[in-house]
Design a protein. Sequence first.
Length: 162
Amino acid sequence: MLELKAEPLTPEAFAPFGDVIDTRVSDSFAINAGRTRRYHDLARVETLGEGARTLVSIFVSQPVEVPLTIDFLERHPLGSQAFMPLHEERFLIVVAPPGETIDPGEVRAFVTDGRQGVNYRAGTWHAIQAVLDREGEFLVVDRGGQGHNCDEHPLAARIQLA
Ligand SMILES: NC(=O)N[C@@H](O)C(=O)O
Ligand code: NI
């Protein structure tokens, strides 16, 4: 059983896996006669393959227990997948770099601070959504269309908070 400690999420540490979506560390510019600030292009949405299109969904998830035990990671080879909390929900992230197999030594665990969202790059191995503390509501942007877009890979791991 792989034992992991979830480290605080940072854009730098998450860079091999995708984007962190966070207005606090992003540039913006004024629009709408100055009434609005646009935090522009914060994540790269990828939609690959036949009939690919972008889906906008809402996930309402029940909280997980910590330590979190998982037995697989999944990946979406044909598209990215972004999760943005709508009510400052914290969540656990377990990721491994894209590839046909998972090297346990390359698996990383993170915990968000409630304000952060993430966008998993196409092919990034990740645990299914794991919200902490209470029921969570997330805006999800990912890929629809033909073809198989969800592979699972066994990985037995227990994730603790630091
Ligand atoms: N299945 C689904 O839409 N969600 C998962 O991909 C996930 O990462 O939570
Ligand atoms: Ni997923």
